[in-house]
Ligand binder design. Sequence first.
Ligand code: SF4
Length: 191
Amino acid sequence: MIRLRVSDLKQYIYCPRVVFYNYVMPVEKVTTFKMEYGKIAEDKIDKLEGRRKLKKYGISTGVKEFHKQLYSKNLGLSGKVDLLIKTADAYYPVDFKYTTSKPHKNHLYQLLGYAIILEDIFNFPVDRGFIYLIPQEDAVVFDLTDDLKTYTKNLLEEIRNMVSSQQLPPPVESKNKCLDCEFLNFCGDVF
Ligand code: SF4
């Protein structure tokens, strides 16, 4: 089984070609300003988050674990979640984002990736997750339904099929995404 990362799910939803380039045709990427700044801000938020109350997430009591490395052998999927909140009856993944806009669909699939790993290895329900928006200092909650988790598992197979077949997928429909893409130089057919 081809071992995948949670970030592959996020990128595949953004544009399948990004994952294709990473696995089939590794190329030198350009580090964008957004990526660099996001990383710096995440380092800062870790320190702040250590003192923050769980009330921000609508949770009364629980334990916080930062930068938790996760791996499911059954799913062939790994990832490092920014924050894992553990309560007596559920686990909640939290991902920090530096964005002034609302979370996107690809962020949801990142949470779903963590959720299916957590459920597989800990056998604990993971039905909600959060995207923490750094600029707004706000936690946005997402319902991680069974249907979405099944769809996410199917996506893993879709990605593996793409990698095995080595077929370049079509470019993303929304060309606005390409403007911020680290692989723009390699997609000669988008503009
Ligand atoms: S430039 Fe556009 S089509 Fe090419 S990988 Fe990036 S987002 Fe996808």
